[in-house]
Ligand binder design. Structure first.
Ligand code: GLC
Length: 627
């Protein structure tokens, strides 16, 4: 294994890696200690590209921007954002030489990747205790493979999890879920799962079911299962503080919750109101919380999504009181603009505040949450993943390298913006590099109202991502495939997914087992200048290239072919177009009911016939798309 490990101080054991390497005696000279913080300074050559960092904004090449590793509950993914829900401290600098770096550190890491000074990387850690790995390899793919070997095999869900999932915040009762199932049935569009968002619970309390909304939950789960449809409930990180609520009472009694700086259970509000937060960094808490999922698996549930585990904190009582006191003190005053802004921001600053993260403590008060923040979602995923029966679907919002062994991730609260189709595409290789294979974005966009065209174009990408889930926020326009006019076009696109399932599932499995990437930047395979700059197309396995249309009112798009390929368009159960295209730039037409796919020379993609859902899918291969 071509990896060198360096240790600084006494790092917190994150269990992000699975191989214990010897620690090098001398550390690289580009790492130094500045005022108790580790600081990395490297220079970049003109031709260097930077890849990795997992769930982040920006292009496939990460050069020229700032990033921050700090799992963030931020529902507005605009261009300048530096941190989303994941903390993935692995990147590759690729130019004349190709080297990977992994910073195993649970706190905040600030990256300036040639933003302030074009040819300089500066990385600062908020702390002095970390393991630092330098990963070598012949090329990018080998560096990724070596790194992934270090961090252990990626999670793989059962095959049905590759079916199409319909979600919305929220289908709040049985009637609404039935309407979704009916909608798909009537439109004859395949469907594998319906997601239950927070409203299925009693007052948003974990492991409860509102039995007025879902009477006889267990038999309902069984009834849907007979049709090949599964319900996937949400579980949130925080536990409602309510006397008589068994989960809360057990947590208090057994010391399972995080503490505040006075040693009391730390409390802050999320959906259910004031909550306590299981200390997932403790093994016994993980086991306790993970075992709680059996209340739902016992009722026939086979998949879960876990959320708000950065953790998201709406407000703490102390924070709220401070804001109220501040506001009271200025009431009736003649404020200047700056005072007014401060006054106005008091309440918006309450959520996910650093003060609250600093007050929250782990491992019986030993560690301030802020210092180990990025482990929270990871350790929740770990606890749940370790306790769930084999072949249960699990995906999380917050993540940190290590959690890839226990569950997948979705990329959080995006928006129904065209640019977010592209963002979705660009994140795929970076996430694969960091170990996340079962992943996808909210197809159609979570926030905002989606147009018919946007949803269908987005689906033309999502048919290739392991997690294919249409999800949208409360109050937004309905974006189920049957909700739009001429839903036959949605059917044509979603049906293509089912034809590809044997291929996609095998590919994902192979990538998880062999530490390979399912989605690769063109630059990882082709060394020409244009491939290096192409970041609106990615390679799928070793066989193909995907090129979604991500702009409005377009009949197609321009694609770059680094070599001759065969261009296919699939629609429903048919291959409607096949054309050999030369190396070079082409404009290709893609109708709304078609899925474009380029097959590489000498490669082939197997297809089965489409089906209603994975349980009812005949996975016999009926034809090949040959390149
Ligand atoms: C968070 C999740 C979103 C979910 C909502 C309500 O915003 O990211 O997917 O719908 O909470 O549970």
């Amino acid at each position: 294994m071509n990896i060198k490990k360096y240790r600084f101080g006494e790092p917190f054991c994150t269990d992000s890696t699975v191989i214990d390497l010897p620690i090098e005696k001398e550390s690289p000279d580009y790492i130094s200690l500045k005022e108790d913080n580790l600081f990395i300074s490297m220079s970049l050559n003109d031709s260097d590209a930077i890849y990795g960092l997992g769930e982040q904004m920006g292009g496939i090449n990460k050069r020229g921007r700032k990033y921050r590793s700090f799992c963030s509950d931020d529902p507005c993914h605009t261009e300048e954002k530096e941190a989303l829900y994941g903390a993935h401290n692995f990147f590759i600098i690729s130019g004349e030489t190709t080297v990977g770096y992994f910073i195993d550190f649970p706190g905040t890491v600030h990256y300036d990747m040639g933003f302030t000074v074009e040819d300089e990387i500066t990385i600062s850690l908020e702390g002095k205790d970390a393991d630092f790995y330098v990963i070598n390899g012949e090329n990018e793919l080998e560096v990724v493979k070596n790194f992934r070997e270090l961090i252990g095999k990626s999670y793989m869900p059962p095959m049905w999890a590759f079916g199409y999932q319909q979600s919305r915040w929220s289908y709040a009762n049985k009637e609404q879920v039935d309407a979704v199932v009916d909608g798909y049935e009537k439109a004859d569009i395949p469907l594998d799962s319906v997601i239950l968002d927070i409203d299925y619970m009693d007052h948003y309390k974990d492991f409860t079911i509102d039995d007025k909304a879902f009477p006889n939950f267990e038999s309902y789960v069984a009834e849907l299962k007979k049709k090949g449809i599964r319900l996937i409930p949400i579980i949130d990180a925080g536990v409602r503080c309510e006397d008589g609520f068994d989960v809360y009472e057990e947590g208090v009694k057994n010391n399972y919750f995080c503490k505040d700086r006075n040693g009391d259970d730390f409390k802050a509000a999320v959906w259910p109101g004031i909550c306590c937060f299981p200390d997932y960094l403790k093994a016994d808490t993980r086991k306790w919380f993970g075992d709680k999922f059996h209340t739902l698996t016992d009722k026939g549930i086979e998949g879960f999504w876990i959320d708000m585990n950065e953790p998201a904190l709406f407000f703490s009582m102390e924070g709220f009181k401070k804001a109220v006191d501040f506001v009271k003190q200025y009431n009736g005053e003649d404020l200047d603009c700056w005072d007014f802004f401060e006054y106005r921001d008091q309440f918006s600053k309450l959520s996910n505040s650093i003060d609250d993260y600093k007050n929250m403590h782990h491992l019986d008060g030993k560690y301030s949450h802020y210092d180990v923040h990025n482990l929270y979602g990871y350790m929740m995923t770990r606890g749940v993943g370790e306790c769930l029966p084999k072949d249960t679907l699990l995906f999380s919002r917050a993540s940190c390298i290590g959690s890839h062994r226990y569950g997948g991730i979705w990329t959080g609260d995006n928006t129904s913006w065209w640019s977010h189709i592209l963002l979705n595409l660009r994140m795929l290789p970076s996430l694969n590099m960091c170990g996340y294979i079962y992943t996808g974005a909210d197809c159609g966009g979570f926030n905002g109202n989606a147009s018919r065209e946007l949803v269908i174009r987005w689906m033309q990408l999502s048919v290739f991502t392991p997690l294919f889930r249409n999800h949208s926020a409360i109050g937004t326009r309905n974006q189920e495939a049957y909700a739009f006019s001429n839903n036959k076009e949605f059917k044509d696109v979603i049906e293509v997914r089912y034809r590809l399932i044997p291929y996609l599932y095998d590919l994902a499995k192979k990538c998880a087992e062999n530490n390979e990437m399912m989605f690769k930047p063109l630059a990882f395979e082709y060394k020409d200048a244009l491939s290096k700059e192409t970041d609106d197309q990615v390679l799928l396995g070793d066989e193909a290239m995907i090129t979604p249309v991500y702009e409005q009112n377009k009949s197609g798009r321009t694609v770059y072919l680094p070599e001759e390929m065969t261009f296919y368009k699939l629609s429903g159960n048919k291959v409607v177009h096949k054309e050999k295209l030369e190396k070079g730039v082409h404009f290709v037409n893609v109708a709304l009911n078609e899925v474009p796919l380029f097959v590489r020379k000498g490669k082939k993609i197997p297809l089965c016939n489409t089906g209603k859902n994975v349980d009812n899918l005949d996975t016999t291969i009926v034809e090949y798309l040959e390149g």
